[in-house]
Unconditional design. Structure first.
Length: 186
């Protein structure tokens, strides 16, 4: 019987990542969020329309909400995105731009945007480099399985590019209300 090496490679890679994260966590070197008050980590990513989006383009112009979500078109991520979609006019009054970031490819993001009628940019971070910069790529558990993935987290950045709030306990059903409350505090 010939076994495919692909699942084995995937398993070994996941095992390596999980083991590495556990080792980092035990040594106290696991990823952490950027510090509130410091400059937010900059990024340049492709959006759902394959356009380049740079965080630096909004410095001095708008507050920015950057929220990381695990996977487009899943129930929780859809609820969260539709909540943001529905408050676009309120965010505009508060001079606020929103970016959702996931490890999905651009093509999947385009489908998500069209299916849900999203009216804001969702960005592709396939190699999770930006998620790592923000400290949101980490060990997750689901149905008894451990794996590396996006930890649902939101960052509020002021017009000067400084990180003002980290929301690491996100409830998808009320996320949009929590974002508005944080922006109003700026």
């Amino acid at each position: 019987m010939r076994l495919s090496s692909k699942p084995l490679v995937t398993y070994n890679y996941c095992y390596y990542l999980t083991s590495t994260f556990k080792l980092q966590y035990e040594k106290g070197t696991a990823m952490t969020f950027p510090k509130v008050g410091n400059k937010a980590p900059v990024f340049t990513l492709k959006n759902q329309n394959d356009e380049t989006i740079k965080l630096t383009d909004y410095k001095g112009k708008a507050n920015v909400v950057v929220y990381f979500y695990p996977k487009a078109s899943t129930p929780g991520c859809t609820t969260q995105a539709c909540g943001i979609r529905d408050i676009k006019s309120e965010l505009a009054k508060l001079d606020t731009k929103v970016f959702g970031i996931s490890p999905d490819p651009v093509s999947r993001l385009k489908n998500f945007e069209e299916k849900q009628g999203l009216n804001f940019d969702i960005l592709s971070d396939e190699d999770h480099a930006i998620a790592e910069k923000y400290g949101v790529w980490g060990l997750k558990k689901f149905m008894g399985r451990e794996f590396m993935g996006i930890l649902r987290t939101t960052f509020i950045i002021d017009k000067e590019g400084r990180l003002r709030e980290v929301m690491d306990t996100v409830k998808t059903k009320t996320h949009h209300d929590d974002v508005i409350a944080c922006i109003k505090k700026l």
